[in-house]
Design a protein around this ligand. Sequence first.
Ligand SMILES: O=C(O)CCC(=O)C(=O)O
Length: 258
Amino acid sequence: MGGLTEAQKADYDRDGFVVLTGALSAAECDRFVEHMLDLHAGRKKLDGFELRQPDSANEWGRTHNQHVYDSMALEYLILPQLQAPLHDCMGDDAEGIQTMYFWQGSEQRRHQDQYYLPGCMSAWLAFIDVSRQNGTIWVQPGSHRQRLLTKADFANGGEFFEWDYNDAVDEQFRRNQVGGQVADEVPVEVPKGSVVLFHGALVHRGGQILQPGSERHVLANHYIPYGLDDWPHTSWTRHAFDGSVRRHPEPDTHKERS
Ligand SMILES: O=C(O)CCC(=O)C(=O)O
């Protein structure tokens, strides 16, 4: 796959997201889903794999930074067909920094990924059809051009000091709607094999799962631009599409996720 068409780039710039249908073959989708179901069922063992995340009551919760211990997850973080579209969105080479796998919808509250991962954008890989039934993501188109809430907003003296983070994003979501500055929130319903590229300042959430218990196989990859030096997660590896790896700047022990 080449880069984005002019129309796709215009959509991304205006809305903060763009859907690339057919970006993944059925074989690529099925291979990863089978891998994840095998891991979940214990048919496959992998050092580093934890079924239940500490902050999740749901045993189908997500994996976090699976690419660190799983070569297949790393392969899907830097799939060749993602390289040019990500470059077109960022205007720089993308480096993969985070992976999260979801067997089911997350129903995660509204947030902006750049709060956790400054400068990032996302490639959300749908390995099966994703709809409101199995809890797709909802996005507020154009919200990436409005205010990004940052850590400073929640520090002493910041506008949202002592606010719950997700409540504050809900408030920003409402403010964005004043005067029709942005479009209404929409569900992103996509067929198997689609990749949703979205901006790290886009307000989004995991939608309600209308069919409880349904599977929703998605790998959410996050990337930052090669030229980003002011990066807090310095212990994390930065993966280029040529397979090279670096940390930048010096490692620390900070750990956080979106
Ligand atoms: O896929 C989901 O339900 C949530 C994904 C998400 O919020 C993210 O990748 O930041």
